[in-house]
Design a protein around this ligand. Sequence first.
Ligand code: NAD
Length: 491
Amino acid sequence: MSATKKNTLKLKFDSSRNLAPAPESKSVAKIADRYDLFINGKFEKPSSKKYFDTINPATEEKLSVVAEANAADVNNAVAAARTAYEKQWKKTAPKERAKYIYRIARLIQEHARELAVIETLDGGKPIRESRDFDVPTAANHFFYYAGWADKLDYAFPNRNPQPLGVAGQIIPWNFPLLMAAWKIAPALATGNTVVLKPAETTSLTALKLAEIIQEADLPPGVVNIITGAGTTGAALVNHPDINKIAFTGSTEVGKMIQKAIAGTNKKATLELGGKAANIIFEDAPLDQAVEGIINGIFFNQGHVCCAGSRLLVQESVYKIVLQKLKDRMETLIVGDPMDKNTDIGAINSKQQLDVINKYLKIGQQEGAEMFQINCNIPKKGFFCRPTIFTNVAQSNRIAQEEIFGPVLAIQTFRTEDEAIEKANNTPFGLSAGVWTNKGSKMFNMTSKLKAGVIWANTYNKFDPVSPFGGYKESGFGREGGLHGLGAYLKV
Ligand code: NAD
């Protein structure tokens, strides 16, 4: 039998979907019936007197109600952050700042199980992922930046690094606790105070973090956490006493923020959308590459800014890769995010599911061929089967626009130049992946791809030490690593 024929044989996997349920217990999660705003070290009722529901997207059940901050509440939070900055935090010795940040990291570890359960209940991601990725990585960010707090003069020698003041931080719903850690840890390490607004569908772990911050005895007002939707976010962006805006979210809102702060002295970092290409050469370790594709797009239901939502495969191995991919996809378990067997949990909201379904229709109307795995999905809750599109043209909307769901657009290429041309041909430039066993090809590709992060023979690996950020419509500025400190300093 020829090697090719052998490779195209349909692989037989155990039907892992028949595994007995292994649900994580909800009993560790203490979720209050109502959450107020965390301002000046205390939970305060909103002056708006309004609350909104936060639901479990896997069951559509209400988990709690969360305060909606209006402009007056935003003002109170910014005033608390300003007072804490002027009177205390900027004067606190760096090594003392570090101790608080370490304490927060340790407390995240102590509360890890509860945080993971709440993240999964509120956001829909599989418990395995909240437990093994989101929560430990969030703690790691605090540990990492705690280490920098008293070494800023070494990080920026002879440049007298000084904090900016009060940072307004706005985060999305895909990694709620982790994004809060990405934002808060470097801000505190550099001597800034913070007003953070989580996304309206996933406020709970940020509010649990507020409780942790209280437990860590952080001076009141150094971190304030206010909840609400776009109007609350806009009030924070437009507040005159904010020195820096750190935003992670969609390109559309990022553009609005950039316009809003134009002509002011506010500094900004914008971490926005992406449409990354995973590029597979014929000499790549194909089984590993297929795992990388699966991890790249189906990880976290495709709710990842740097998701490998496009696959570029060298024509000579297209058929083998496609078959291996479909076979592997058939083994994925879609369903209850609280089950430890689940690979793909719930889509974060009905609104996001509608967006994904809209793109599934668009893809078919554009003439692409759709393949979805043959599995049952729960009747209640927001779920989407992992989906791939073949016969995709470069101009198709499913190849150009961010879908933010478990949907992969597949194209082929013949040469390195063609792969680079296609990979770079979108408005975004956040990330990419290259799979080859040739070092020279890897260097050629990585030096020509226009992406902030490029993974080589792997995908979706994160570390607090590595800077992260994009080009073009994926935003500007870097978070993580030494670069992430610079974004909060006058140097
Ligand atoms: P979104 O832009 O709708 O919302 C993000 C945050 O902005 C939320 O907290 C929201 O309430 C707030 N917001 C909405 N309108 C606002 C306004 N006018 N002014 C100020 N704040 C406002 O994004 P989303 O749907 O929550 O998240 C998904 C997007 O985030 C995707 O595009 C994804 O690529 C991007 N993302 C990027 C990164 C990155 O590091 N580049 C990381 C994660 C997510």
